[in-house]
Design a protein around this ligand. Structure first.
Ligand code: FES
Length: 88
């Protein structure tokens, strides 16, 4: 987490078929709920990207350029609490 900066957190979700079917389809909804819940609309850059060849470790989500693997929808909210900075 880089809470020292005022830059918005960039979340990039792998939209490749493997990651998408293994959890990122639900993870997108979880992230959107999280953004709504915490009033982070416009404060997080949310992107999708194509398969990066890390399918076996998926579903993968990249936060500020760092890839996180095995991102299960059920525990994603906790991960977001730890990795998303809320701009002042
Ligand atoms: S589908 Fe996500 S890394 Fe391949």
């Amino acid at each position: 987490m880089s809470s020292e900066t005022n830059e918005p957190t960039e979340l990039a979700i792998c939209m490749g078929s493997s990651c998408f079917s293994r959890g990122n389809k639900r993870n997108i909804k979880v992230i959107q709920e999280y953004i709504d819940m915490h009033g982070l609309c416009g404060k997080i850059v949310l992107k999708g990207h194509l398969c990066e060849g890390l399918c076996k470790k998926g579903p993968n989500i990249t936060v500020d350029g760092e890839v996180y693997s095995s991102m299960e929808p059920d525990s994603l909210m906790f991960f977001l609490d730890d990795h998303i900075k809320v701009p002042e």
